[in-house]
Design a protein around this ligand. Structure first.
Ligand SMILES: [Zn+2]
Length: 341
């Protein structure tokens, strides 16, 4: 029974709920899967589509995950499935993209019973664009199904949320995730424990870290750089920004932006740990391999300062997501960290 529980890690209640709906034929037209990146929102939507369409899933809604249909859905090469996401070089999901997907949903299914669209990271659509989808959510054509993934529910219009079944996906406890990584991917226990923590309980992200050793090395470099920045003056910080980003100029702009977002998120997780310690919480650290450093920084700062640093990083992450130039994002961050703006 390889496909039991949809071969999906975390949030078993969500799998059970969706599976039961399929078995009892009570599925809804539109769903929202909310939660942080790397937690498995898209995967859950794909599993649902597989459970609906796999020829072997008929009674139990347990897709085999290996037949042609399951494979096509897994790789989003399935003719009745469309995934809408932010296009390269764009700062938001456009109304035109939504319109084309609406058109797709109104067509007759080609190889299955229903057309399915996944709207990925719909927080990247403006209120106007989200609004354009409302009518489709209200009167979904025929058997069509819509999945919206979002980082946080408050980034969707309340009118969107109220028209969908909402599943809020939660991170796994670090230890449980560590055990899963060990059991499923044969990650050795010590490393599994580390990944369980630094991934913040997100299986998708932990798996990426487990499968690509260079990601952990990058993280170590970024954390070292963050420490170094603390001891620099303004001139040195700007030199760091200048040297840091053109140095990796072989990357495309999209890759640079992705890398910067990862770096900022790494710094963010470190500073969240600092804030945890400053505010007196003794447990729940993510960067357990850096606990000495977190401690050292936390005795030199205040809750106010630590919270301010986090806000600066949040704004920087937001700017990267809004497709601002990476170098500009970093320069602004350096100024904000000093309290200069
Ligand atoms: Zn199958």
């Amino acid at each position: 029974m390889q496909a039991m529980n949809w071969d999906y890690v975390g949030n078993p209640w969500a799998v059970e709920m969706l599976r039961t709906q399929i078995v009892q034929d009570t599925t809804r037209h539109a769903y929202i899967f909310a939660g942080p990146q790397g937690i498995g929102r898209r995967t859950l939507a794909l599993r649902f589509v597989q459970a609906l369409n796999c020829p072997q899933a008929a009674v139990s809604a347990e897709p085999c995950l290996s037949c042609r249909v399951c494979q096509q859905i897994e790789t989003t090469q399935y003719s009745d499935l469309q995934v809408l996401e932010l296009l390269e070089g764009k700062s938001e999901i456009s109304r035109e993209q939504v319109r084309l997907t609406q058109q797709f949903l109104s067509l007759t299914p080609y190889q299955s019973k229903s057309k399915v669209a996944i709207f990925r990271d719909f927080q990247l659509a403006s209120a106007g664009t989200q609004d354009a989808l409302l009518k489709t959510l209200e009167e979904t054509p025929g058997s069509a199904r819509i999945f919206i993934t979002v980082d946080a529910l408050e980034n969707l219009l309340p009118t969107t949320v109220s028209r969908c079944e909402v599943l809020s996906l939660r991170p796994m406890p670090a230890e449980e995730l560590a055990n899963t990584l060990h059991a499923r991917l044969h990650v050795e226990p010590e490393k599994a424990r580390l990944l369980g923590h630094i991934s913040g309980g997100r299986y998708g992200y932990a798996r990426l870290l487990a499968e690509d050793e260079s990601l952990l090395q990058k993280r170590a470099t970024w954390l070292d750089e963050w420490s170094a920045l603390a001891g620099m003056n303004r001139l040195q910080r700007f030199k760091y920004v200048e040297a840091g980003f053109p140095k990796r100029s072989k990357l495309t702009l999209k890759e640079k932006r992705q890398e910067l977002a990862e770096m900022l998120n790494t710094w963010m997780s470190f500073n969240r740990d600092v804030l945890l310690l400053v505010s007196g919480a003794g447990s729940g650290l993510m960067n357990i391999d850096r606990s000495g450093e977190v401690e050292r920084v936390s005795v030199q700062t205040t809750t106010f300062e630590a919270a301010r640093t986090i806000r600066c990083l949040e704004r920087a992450i937001n700017r990267v997501e809004r497709y601002l130039n990476p170098r500009l994002v970093m320069e602004t961050l350096m100024l904000e960290l000093e309290g200069a703006t």
